[in-house]
Design a protein around this ligand. Sequence first.
Ligand code: HSE
Length: 311
Amino acid sequence: MNKSIKVLAPASVANLVCGFDVLGMSLADPADEMIMSLTDTPGIKIIHEDEYNLPEEAEKNVAGAALLAMMKELDPQTGFFLRVKKTIKPGSGLGSSAASAAGAVAGANALLGNKFSQDDLVRFAMSGEKLASGVKHADNIAPCLMGGITLIRSIMPLDIVKVSFPELYVTVVHPQIEVKTSDAREILRKQVLLKDAIKQWGNIAGLVAGFMQKDYSLIGRSLEDVIIEPVRSILIPGFNEVKEKCKNAGALGGGISGSGPSVFMLSVEEKTANRVSEVMREVYSCLGIDFKIYVTKIDEKGVKIEVFQHQ
Ligand code: HSE
């Protein structure tokens, strides 16, 4: 008897403005879909049923790289088959590679009867991120796997903390240009000034406290990045204008989603989130850049798995 499962892996916003590599949030929309099963033949077979022309060889595929890391700790006879339909565009800044990697390892774990812990899954999925961006980081993977908002206090050893949060709406604009995470990391300065570091860690602590205490004003004041955003925003046309106008329209604040080019804003009320989406639409229409907009909420569950077929 062969079990097939359906995996839904959510998009995520990494960094959460000031928390470069250490904070991340899972989104209710969009999400990637995978159908997975175990096979009699050892190895990994991947088929993409989407428009993104991603490589299907396991070693070159983000989901494949994550599964290969898992397979080092499995019986060598194990085999997986994956049909992947991505909705989260690669290079969007919405955690596309994390959704592939985290979705694949969470699906494989379900097929194996939940042999591995959540930390193991983060560890395997980070090999997928390494393939995509050259560096292991978990600020998309952890929220994608666990849902909600996560603080990655350390990746070695892994120390991940779930952060509670109040009701919030998220508006995201994805200008249709590609920013590779590896390029967006390459341009960052390797050293920071102490005065900037002090401001940044004040903001990170303030943001986490603001989420946990449900203090919207503190969240808004803490959504400030004096280290990464000034460098990376150069890669995103219209960034300063869209940010300023969205805040004037009532958003608490926001910034670059992951390594960009998507830009996200948090709002307390749905009607504000919709107004923010109108502002984003106006700015990018005027700039003549195609875009996609999502008005969504923070996803609480992370990767969802459904057993959908027995043969
Ligand atoms: N923290 C990562 C970065 C997320 O900003 O480079 C991108 O995937």
